[in-house]
Design a protein around this ligand. Structure first.
Ligand SMILES: NC(=O)C1=CN([C@@H]2O[C@H](COP(=O)(O)OP(=O)(O)OC[C@H]3O[C@@H](n4cnc5c(N)ncnc54)[C@H](OP(=O)(O)O)[C@@H]3O)[C@@H](O)[C@H]2O)[C@@H](O)CC1
Ligand SMILES: Nc1ncnc2c1ncn2[C@@H]1O[C@H](COP(=O)(O)OP(=O)(O)O)[C@@H](O)[C@H]1O
Ligand SMILES: [K+]
Length: 517
């Protein structure tokens, strides 16, 4: 995957530091890298804004070094520039000192009063080297910038934002534009970080792509580049059995949920979809569904009937959870149905009630996962199923506290995948898809309109539909999440879950034209 989609790789600040060092070892000069970084930001500023009175805030490390380059470039183009420095020049890196010496304007010491005459702020206080919450004058300054409402261009990250987790260390600013270098960082895509960066630009500063080979990177931003080659397009000589047969379990009360799942599975191309439902609700399903077949599960022997249905090995992918039921005895039935699905060893998606039904003893569920499995919890379901990951004092107190901090959504999803043996799709505005072996993808194309009842049920349908067509769980989950986001964008305002499956064909056509013609 790394070679196919190198542009989608995400580097933590630490990994970016390693890439930076490897580039220097490979013959790039640190001075030139910093010059290119600063120039890229200055160019972006001059493209976006007309000549304004600029305040460049330069911090004590190389982020501040970039600030000196930016200030000088803008000054040379006739912009009125004030440079506000915080730090000690003689302890800065050689390249930062060299660029600081090249600054031909006036120096000032960082202070909130400098905002009075500013029309635009360049934030080069802290970048990848942020190591603790911001305090003192830097804190006051960032707070004053935030309150001023002035437009901000952030260098690498808005200062205070942790590029690894997307969390804020004490205080930060809301940037209108963020220019980062070489590759994005997870913190640019994970909330709240994503909401603080404004428009995000990635500048090529001359770091050779070959440095990535040495880094064993495992995190990507979701994009078809990652999985389009494995996408199961219908074969010219194919028939419906080549496209798999998905089985969706439907409960007795919330019948809409599993119907959305079944329709999602059909639309994404499963050859056949059977919805298996308890007899009490059978008529509802049978009346409402046309292309989807409905199988009856007799009263008091639903699990046995479900098991029997699955004896047919053509039923190659199963979804359990949407509308499965948690009230009273339904909870036990949902558990049994989920375990029956997992026992077949066939590709299974577990969502919603199939996750919550195991909140008291999740290990029973994890022990049953021996085949390809995708779990799609939202935050609430995740908390119920993985309380250890969220609350364990061990996790909060390890030396790697930052990496394992519960606010690190990427780490939480990875730990959950490892613990359960399933691909975990931790949903939200910044959905993370993680595999038990540590590979992870952050999704970034989903619009807020997707936050509506039933939208997750459709996602489950997309995933099971791709699994039925033979896609591997990690790829199927990534592809489905991306399609879901694209469909959401396509529909836009007014979106309801029912629309999602029926708008998929348009998104699929665009995808097909782009990647397969
Ligand atoms: N990657 C690339 O390819 C390239 C990267 N480049 C640029 O380099 C940047 C990374 O530079 P960097 O490593 O020097 O870190 P940076 O963010 O400037 O801060 C470190 C300083 O801040 C201090 N400090 C930390 N936290 C603090 C706090 N809360 N409150 C107060 N102080 C605090 C810390 O002090 P210490 O922790 O050591 O006490 C240290 O002095 C990167 O973001 C990008 O802009 C480009 O130039 C070229 C190519
Ligand atoms: N603010 C948001 N921006 C983008 N996508 C979102 C947002 N909130 C939720 N989503 C997506 O919408 C879907 C909601 O799923 P879920 O919470 O299971 O809802 P339901 O159970 O009603 O189907 C998920 O795919 C999630 O990633
Ligand atoms: K910054």
């Amino acid at each position: 995957m790394a070679q196919i989609a190198s542009t989608q790789l995400l580097l933590t600040p630490n990994e970016m530091g390693m890439a930076d060092k490897a580039a220097v070892v490979a013959g790039e000069s640190a001075f030139t890298l910093m010059a290119s970084a600063g120039k890229a930001v200055a160019d972006a500023i001059m493209t976006r804004w007309s000549k304004h009175s600029v305040l460049v805030m330069a911090g004590p490390g190389n982020n501040g070094g970039d600030g000196f380059v930016i200030a000088q470039a803008l000054l040379q183009h006739g912009w009125p520039v004030t440079l506000a420095f915080m730090g000690q020049i003689d302890v800065m890196s050689e390249e930062a000192q060299a660029h600081a010496k090249a600054w031909q304007g006036e120096w000032q010491t960082l202070s909130p009063t400098q905002l009075e005459n500013a029309e635009l702020v360049v934030d080069a206080l802290f970048g990848a080297g942020l190591s603790r919450p911001i305090e003192g004058v830097a804190h006051d300054m960032l707070e004053a910038v935030a309150q001023s409402g002035l437009p901000v261009c952030a260098v690498d990250v808005p200062s205070g934002l942790d590029g690894e987790t997307g969390q804020v260390f004490g205080v930060t600013v809301n940037a209108e534009l963020t220019v980062t270098f070489f590759r994005k960082k997870p913190g640019h895509l994970l909330f709240p970080g994503r909401g603080l960066c404004g428009e995000l630009m990635v500048a090529d500063i001359g770091i050779p792509v070959t440095v990535l080979d040495e880094l064993n990177l495992q995190t990507w931003e979701n994009n078809p580049e990652l999985w389009y080659q494995k996408y199961p397009w219908p074969r010219l000589d194919g028939h419906k059995f080549h496209r798999g047969h998905a089985v969706v379990y439907g409960g007795e009360t919330m019948t809409g949920a599993s119907r959305l799942t079944a329709r999602g599975a059909m639309r994404i191309g499963a050859g056949l979809v059977t919805l298996a439902a308890p007899i009490k609700a059978w008529a509802v399903y049978a009346t409402a569904l046309t292309g989807v077949m409905v199988a009856k599960l007799e009263q008091s022997q639903e699990t046995e009937d479900f098991e029997e249905l699955l004896l047919d090995s053509r039923h190659n992918a199963i979804a359990v959870g949407p509308g499965a039921g948690l009230a009273g005895f339904e909870r036990i039935r949902t558990r049994k149905i989920a375990l029956t699905a997992l026992l077949t060893g066939r590709a299974t998606v577990l969502d919603a009630d199939a996750l919550s039904a195991f909140s008291e003893d999740p290990q029973i569920l994890f022990d049953a996962i021996n085949g390809p499995c995708v779990m799609t919890p939202h935050e609430g379901e995740f908390m119920r199923l993985f309380p250890d990951i969220n609350n364990s004092p061990e996790i909060n107190n390890t030396p790697e506290i930052k990496k394992n901090h519960p606010d690190n959504k990427l780490t939480r999803a990875r730990l959950a995948a490892k613990q359960s043996g399933a691909v975990v799709v931790l949903k939200g505005a910044d959905t993370v898809i993680a595999a038990p072996d540590g590979l992870a993808i952050i999704n970034s194309n989903a619009p807020a309109e997707l936050a509506t009842g039933g939208s997750g049920d459709v996602l489950t349908g997309f995933i099971v539909g791709l699994l039925a067509q033979g896609m591997e769980p990690f790829d199927a989950a990534a592809a489905a999440v991306w399609m879901h986001g694209e469909v959401g964008n396509d529909i836009g305002a007014g979106l309801i879950a029912e629309d999602l499956p029926d708008h998929l064909p348009k998104v699929l056509s665009t995808f097909k034209t782009q990647y397969f013609s």
